[in-house]
Write a protein that binds this ligand. Sequence first.
Ligand code: ATP
Ligand code: MG
Length: 347
Amino acid sequence: NVRVFSGMQPTSDALHLGNYLGAMQNWLKLQDMICKENETVQNERDKHSVLFSIVDLHSLTSTKSISPKTLRSNIESVATNYLACGIDPDKVILFNQSMVPAHSELTWIFNCITSIGKLNNMIQFKEKKRSEDNDNISCGLLSYPVLMAADILLYRTTHVPVGEDQRQHLELTRKIAQIFHNQYKTKIFPTPITLNPVHSKKIMSLNDGTCKMSKSDPSEFSRIMLTDTDAQIKSKIKKAKTDTITGISFDPSTRPDVANLLVIASSMSGQPIADIVNEFSNKPTSVFKEFVSDSVISHVSPIREKIDYYKAHPKKVQEVLYKGAEKANIIANGNLKKIKDLVGLYH
Ligand code: ATP
Ligand code: MG
């Protein structure tokens, strides 16, 4: 049985273009693919399932303290973004992680079989710890990939649509499953693999084409959010870093900033990069940037309108989260019981 799991953190009140192009586009494609396949499956029990989560427990690892009030409202806002992008709660299980306590329980079990050495080697940990002072690096930040392994393995997930930046974490997830199997002389978890039906792009910061676009970057000008107004999008792209080379060409290694704008424009407009380069190769950067803005605006503004709709109907969003948690808890608790039996714990 195919089972898909993925999530995003409510570290901000909206998704950015990186989340959208690196993950959301794949989620939408998978939602439809799995839904179509399910039509031909007779037995209810054999139907494939897709789970998309707002992973609020993960966001507690950012010590740049999001206030409780902000976190709470971010959770609902991210759910709103999912719905506005086209995630359909009738086709998938859309839920908030902390409403399913089994994630935390399984994390503890996995924490006890994962070596600190492995976690110290995670690229994301090394990057994120650089922005913290040494006394402030939490166990949670170190254990972030263990929580992610628990998210995935709790549902006995087979496929995980995540961006490039999560590849190492997924490798660790497979290792944790293997260690668990060796330790408890059993095989309960499938080997989860990345699945990205749409070519997954890594979108870089508008301030620095060598760093990824990120919700937790302190500069708002580093990213375009799905909630940005047309004017904000225009001004962010106008200010985006480029270089002093004349004309537009695609060379990610020597011209990372321009290459990133080309990837964005191409993904948003549906035009191949080569065609855009052709059109703007001899034109000034400012003219190219106008094209980038226009393509982003025409793709993002309809999504923003849907976000506004759901924001005006918060009850609808809350109901989706409660119903989603109910469904997720059933699968999660069933699997957690089996895992606890294997470990020798009571349930
Ligand atoms: P944070 O900075 O708080 O970690 P984030 O922007 O990295 O936030 P996450 O919630 O950690 O967002 O990631 C959600 C999904 O978006 C993941 O599948 C991740 O791989 C993908 N993703 C995040 N940033 C990018 C990016 N710049 N390009 C492509 N995919 C991305
Ligand atoms: Mg991240």
